[in-house]
Design a protein around this ligand. Sequence first.
Ligand code: CP
Ligand code: NVA
Length: 317
Amino acid sequence: MKTLKTSLSKKDVLSIGDLSAREINLILTFASKLKREQKNGKARLLLRGKTLGMLFQKPSTRTRVSFEVGMYQLGGDAVYLGASEIQLSRGETIEDTARTLSLYLDCVTARVYDHKDVQTLADWASIPVINGLSDAFHPCQILADLLTLQEHKKKLKGLRLAWLGDGDNVCNDLLLGCAKMGISMTAACPKGYEPIEKVVRLAKAEGEKTGADIAITDDPVAAAKDTDVVMTDTFVSIGKEGERATRETIFLPKYQVNSGIMKLAKKEAIFMHCLPAKRGMEVTPEVIDGKSSMVWQEAENRLHVQKALLCLLMKAV
Ligand code: CP
Ligand code: NVA
């Protein structure tokens, strides 16, 4: 019975689309418990003897450290696999890499450029695969964001969220997460930088079931009005550095989160950003370093939600 209630329906988590609302709630509840216990100095060695592989094609601070530390705190181990240091860099296929890693590891997290790569890894691995960010999705970030929102607003359903800027990997999964949890979300993105169309369609369909309004616009002022939370992300995601000059011209100043934008939101509205941030670009220093900013709590929550996810995927609870 316990296994039934705590098991996730899919082997892998490549997007928030792989989780139901019930599963998201399960992860958030378990993450809160682990967070409380960690703060009270109670060790939970639920993953003793288990090893997580961490395959990274791109740089990372939060994802890499929080996964590694999370495994240690749960009594397990983590192996960092920089893509340039393993045989992948010499042409070994992802399929063969997946089969090999499955022989030694209990779970893998992978940060890749092309989402197809993490999908192939998951298809060929017999162990669970967690997307640690691809060009299309960033599920662990959204789980941390939802936990942060829940901690602040004491609820998720009925909240209103504005996204400003690039309709990127974080925005795609956020649309799905909000829709599933009953949070209305408007993403204000410049033309040509909107989230993936199919994801928007999926989010709208989910939103119809939960009462969440999902909308895409190019008007940040309309999006920010009367919202509970304003979120943004870098204008230049990893891999898009060549587009920096064009992007900055298109995004600035219209899509920057500044105190003018925050004034449009509710008085008690919070600001969130997955980090890393570029002050003076997508957000001004007075907002990200101001009282309404939750970015550090958001970053900390990566650790707690991922610990919960690891335990659930490795069936340790
Ligand atoms: N938010 C996030 O994923 O940060 P890193 O790129 O540092 O992992
Ligand atoms: N959209 C950003 C998120 C970084 C955590 C990127 O892909 O670089």
